[in-house]
Design a protein around this ligand. Structure first.
Ligand SMILES: Cc1cc2nc3c(=O)[nH]c(=O)nc-3n(C[C@H](O)[C@H](O)[C@H](O)COP(=O)(O)OP(=O)(O)OC[C@H]3O[C@@H](n4cnc5c(N)ncnc54)[C@H](O)[C@@H]3O)c2cc1C
Ligand SMILES: NC(=O)C1=CN([C@@H]2O[C@H](COP(=O)(O)OP(=O)(O)OC[C@H]3O[C@@H](n4cnc5c(N)ncnc54)[C@H](O)[C@@H]3O)[C@@H](O)[C@H]2O)C=CC1
Length: 446
């Protein structure tokens, strides 16, 4: 059992690692440092807060320095780790008062997360140009929205954050333009037929869509006033950039092996980096993606939590391997629910799979169920050669979210589309149909 474990970063991944150590290994001396002043902010609540769907941010935290210290950890907030000597196993910190300290470790868990990508464009330093990641970012945006002269908001990036925030600002009474260089929204997660449904939902609710447009500059006089793209100019009193995350790897650059795509720390199934006593978890680390059967980068709180648990057990001497991930995700915009896992057909083909898709559309419940019955669209993506299921997407006004877990497990366990054809699914008219759309989609596969 190691004597001293240090965790750098105490948000979702770090907190999961800390809780796992504190709950399971009583004799370990565990210390964490975080540059921020709060722990465990659920960014997913930011849009709900801005859109007034929840009354405030209090419920968006599930841990704190006090809770973790009550369980026996030493937690240093507003303390940055500036460097790590991986050979002598020492971390060097600076606290809010500017005091430098050093701490030795036996095992180190890097949970330094990610930062929003900030395009280098003219006008980025104008007032009311915002990024959204931390609690402080959300609080600042909410405070600024108190200014009623902020009428028009441009959201750049129509991925998960952008689409959720577009709804939130519109609910908040603002005019919203949603800009993306891709030709639709959510294109990293869904095929076009699903993206188009979300496009319609957004434009039906008054969001102005500006796709296939590249932002060239922001203009204004102190405060931002305009977003200029390669095609149009949009008036904007606030501009939010959400064009993806980049892993925070300053501490290990050149010291630990990194992912060729974006520099995330390369980890094995035990979250171990290229140095045996150093683990990396959450948004700063790679995952093993079962759909592509290879290393990947997928920044999600779910992956952060699971990888934190895995690293903690391994660091404490209990071998635990990740089963890999599928990047399962979901979104709900004005009641339109979409969930996906694994690969879209487009991405599968781009990656070189001989992929096909089987689609099906039906009512969720038996036809005689007159209330709360909604249409559901499903697509299952599979490899024509191996027959392995590579991905699935579902879309409905009904809450179909639980169905995606079946496909996540199917991808993890390398289930073929043929195995799914006669898979035992229950029927009860309150919930579904005897000819279930999952069965029907699978039966229709070529
Ligand atoms: C608006 C929004 C909505 C989201 N919605 C969802 C969702 O619905 N579902 C989902 O699964 N995911 C969602 N995510 C993604 C999710 O928030 C991230 O994947 C998650 O935060 C990753 O957790 P992490 O602990 O790895 O990293 P981070 O949350 O980035 O935390 C890293 C921590 O490390 C600290 N740190 C970094 N460097 C140092 C250093 N040198 N010294 C000390 N401390 C350091 C930071 O202060 C920070 O607290 C959302 C993200 C955002 C922004
Ligand atoms: N419901 C969920 O599971 C949620 C998950 N998250 C996760 O947080 C992470 C970050 O989210 P996002 O920032 O939304 O990233 P994202 O990867 O989901 O979307 C980024 C979008 O920005 C676009 N883009 C990239 N560069 C651009 C540019 N220069 N100009 C215009 N558009 C550009 C891309 O085409 C893409 O549509 C992701 O990993 C996401 O999965 C975030 C919110 C909710």
């Amino acid at each position: 059992m190691p004597k001293k474990i240090i965790v750098i970063g105490a948000n979702h991944a770090g907190t999961a690692a800390l809780n796992t150590i504190l709950d399971n290994y009583k004799d370990v001396d565990v210390t964490a440092f975080d540059a921020n002043s709060n722990i465990s902010f659920l960014g997913c609540g930011m849009a709900l807060w801005i859109g007034g769907q929840i009354s405030g941010p209090d419920g968006l935290f599930y841990s704190s320095k006090e809770i973790l210290e009550g369980k026996g950890a030493k937690i240093y907030m507003e303390t940055s780790v500036n460097s790590v000597d991986f050979d002598s196993k020492v971390v060097y910190t600076k606290d809010a008062a500017g005091k430098d300290c050093e701490y030795p470790y036996d095992k180190l868990i890097l949970a330094t997360g990610s930062t929003p990508v900030g395009p280098q464009l003219p006008g980025m330093s104008l007032e009311n140009v915002q990024f959204v990641k931390l609690y402080q970012n959300a609080a600042e945006v909410i405070e600024k929205l108190g200014d009623t002269s902020i009428k028009k908001v441009a959201v750049v990036g129509a991925g998960y954050i952008g689409v959720e925030l577009a709804e939130a600002f519109q609910r908040n009474g603002r005019e919203v333009t949603l800009i993306d260089c891709a030709d639709t929204c959510l294109s990293a997660y869904y095929d076009d037929m699903f993206c188009k449904r979300m496009e319609k939902q957004l434009s039906d609710h008054g969001i102005h869509l500006a796709f296939e447009e590249k932002v060239e500059r922001l203009e204004g006089n102190e405060k931002v006033e305009k977003v200029v793209t390669d095609k149009h100019t949009y008036d904007a009193d606030m501009v939010i950039f959400c064009v993806g995350f980049r892993p925070n790897t300053k501490l290990g650059n050149g010291q630990l092996k990194q992912f060729h795509n974006n520099g995330a720390y390369l980890t094995d199934l035990m979250q171990q980096t290229s140095r045996p006593d150093v683990y990396a978890v959450g948004d700063c680390a790679t995952v093993y993606n079962n759909a592509i059967e290879d290393t990947d980068y997928i920044a999600l709180a779910t992956n952060a939590v699971r990888s934190g648990i895995i690293a903690a057990h391994n660091a404490c001497g209990t071998e635990l391997k990740s089963p890999g991930v599928q990047g399962s995700n979901g979104i709900s915009i004005w009641g339109l629910n979409m969930v996906s896992t694994g690969l879209s057909l487009e991405r599968a083909k781009k990656l070189g799979f001989d992929a096909a898709a089987t689609d099906y559309e039906d009512w969720q419940k038996a036809g005689f169920m007159e209330k709360d019955n909604y249409k559901v669209v499903i697509r299952i993506v599979y490899d024509k050669k191996t027959r392995r299921i590579l991905g699935a997407q579902l879309c409905s006004d009904y809450d179909i979210s639980m169905a995606i877990h079946l496909f996540s497990m199917a991808i993890q366990e390398k289930v073929t589309i043929d195995k799914l054809k006669l898979f035992d699914l229950f029927f009860l008219p309150h919930f579904n149909q005897p000819y279930n759309y999952i069965t029907m989609a699978a039966l229709n596969a070529e």
